[in-house]
Design a protein around this ligand. Structure first.
Ligand code: NAP
Length: 265
């Protein structure tokens, strides 16, 4: 995009703004439900071709892709376990065959296995770290050359306020989400010479299936710690992700953007 065009942004119509991701191929991991699903539909609504990655929910992922196509967009659902290095390499090959080079990668796929530390097993530790942190490594590795060479490549990693503050029963999850901060900041330095950015979004507690597993009395105690006194909806997280994925954020890199109801991560 030329600097003239960039300067004219202020005078853009709503229709022009709605095409913020036109001609961009965007991969969203863990997009079969929750935050990832909403990111996928939001990106498609802004003109992107979207790859809806999932692990174990094919029907849900197909329904996301179908909803996007029905609305006039372009999407495909592709299965891959982001924790598996070989599988993510094959995933990237398939995406390139169908869409060509990728411009935007959102590392959103995540899991939690919550237990007090004394009951946490090596397997509980490993799976959560392998998906949440290893998945970001594997997918970034798989799409790295595309992202480096894209005109304005973008990596957006979905971390968590828990990575900043810790949380009872979430040693494994918190460690994986903290790891994304260092990962993102270092990656941003290496991608900067190519004009590609890497940033983190750190959502607070958000109403999705992941949060559904929280018992009601714990939910209430968490709300007491949130200045806005409630969980976020996915609609409140996604605009920040869209901004970091678009050309509009071209001078933002290596950042952690908190969307947490005032928890001061
Ligand atoms: P969710 O509703 O549980 O959805 C998780 C998504 O990740 C699903 O699409 C799932 O796909 C996918 N996934 C899980 N393991 C995968 C794997 N190995 N490979 C590929 N995809 C995999 O979670 P969410 O609440 O939307 O969370 C999305 C992201 O936001 C996560 O990184 C989470 O840590 C983060 N976050 C969530 C909250 C919150 O309160 N909800 C707060 C802060 C940060 P399948 O269904 O196909 O398995």
């Amino acid at each position: 995009m030329s600097s003239d065009l960039r300067e004219s942004r202020a005078g853009q119509t709503d229709a022009e703004r709605s095409e913020l991701l036109a001609d961009q191929t965007c991969v969203v991991t863990g997009a079969s439900r929750g935050i990832g699903r909403r990111i996928a539909t939001e990106f498609a609504g802004h003109g992107a071709d979207v790859v809806v990655n999932y692990h174990s929910s094919p029907d849900a992922a197909e329904s996301v892709a179908d909803a996007i196509e029905t609305a006039g967009g372009t999407a495909t659902a592709v299965q891959a376990d982001v924790a598996d290095f070989e599988a993510t390499a094959a995933f990237a090959d398939r995406v390139r065959d169908e869409f060509g080079a990728v411009d935007v990668l959102v590392n959103n796929a995540g899991v939690n296995v919550d237990k007090r530390f004394e009951r946490l097993t090596p397997e509980d530790w490993q799976r959560v770290v392998d998906v949440n942190l290893g998945g970001a490594f594997n997918c970034t590795k798989a799409f790295y050359d595309d992202l480096k060479e894209a005109e304005h490549g973008r990596v957006v990693n979905i971390s968590s306020v828990v990575g900043q503050q810790g949380n009872f029963g979430q040693v494994n999850y918190a460690a994986s989400k903290s790891g994304l901060f260092g990962f993102t900041k270092s990656l941003a330095l290496e991608l900067a010479p190519h004009g590609t950015t890497a940033n983190c979004v750190a959502p607070g507690f958000t109403a999705t299936d992941m949060a559904d597993s929280i018992p009601e009395h714990v939910h209430d105690r968490i709300c007491e710690r949130i200045p806005l006194n409630r969980f976020a909806s996915v609609d409140e997280i996604v605009p920040v992700v869209r901004f970091l994925a678009s050309e509009e954020s071209s001078y933002v890199t290596g950042e952690i953007v908190n969307v947490n109801g005032g928890m001061h991560g």
